[in-house]
Design a protein around this ligand. Sequence first.
Ligand code: CA
Ligand code: ZN
Length: 284
Amino acid sequence: MRFIPLVLAAAAAQSVLAAPKQLRGFSCGAPDPDERHIKISQAFATIEASAAESGNLTARAVTTVDVYFHVIARSNSVADGYIPDSQLTAQLNTLNAAYAPHNFQFSLKGVTRTINAQWAADDNGYEMTMKRALRKGTYRTLNVYFLPDMGSNLGYCYFPDSVSSGSTAFYRDGCTVLSASVPGGSATNFNLGHTTTHEVGHWFGLYHTFQGGCTGAGDSVSDTPAQASATSGCPVGRDSCPSQSGLDPIHNYMDYSYDSCYEEFTPGQRARMQSFWNTYRAGK
Ligand SMILES: [Ca+2]
Ligand SMILES: [Zn+2]
């Protein structure tokens, strides 16, 4: 017991130098889909299933999504969120690699950099102020805001919906991601850039794989096995809904696993992203 204070003191001293961001686990602040949005997903599920049956899910052309990265920082030091261009490039590459099998690619159209302590702290009262100042493009344009302090969250994003250009919902649209989660960042276990992959999945209309738990429609995607709760780490063989078929989709980008555990979206999720894109974003 006598050694513990020394160990703690050493760890504390080290953290001042290296400042690794210790997170208890992945936590996403994306709002739960409401009943109305779940009904939209279930309607897509029916259409997608009949298209699959009739062999109508032919190979599609690659869709390129324009992206703006917004770096919000407390100061112009990396520790305060001022992510270097090299890490933004690595983030873009990670996103493109994750979505390449699903016919989506991302083209970086611009980077903005803002030093603003209130925006950097993800204060609710400033979300819309920040986004009204920074959001670029149309409803088919992805805006990602990198913030250094998000409380216990690694990120959050908003589902596609019917919004009119210039409305509050239009400006709110986009993903907010912890700066330390970009490739090479300081978020232990979550610094390979897949927080952005996960949040962009929400932007394309996907729910968490554990949405709805073991019963009912779950995430409204038929090929992601039901899951009782979020996964932590990378527990191979986890089966949180033993009465349902399939092991937990712990390698799915829409679970809460470590970045190193993430591997895939399913064909069903790919079809769902395409459905939402075609209906809500493509023409905008
Ligand atoms: Ca499912
Ligand atoms: Zn999420």
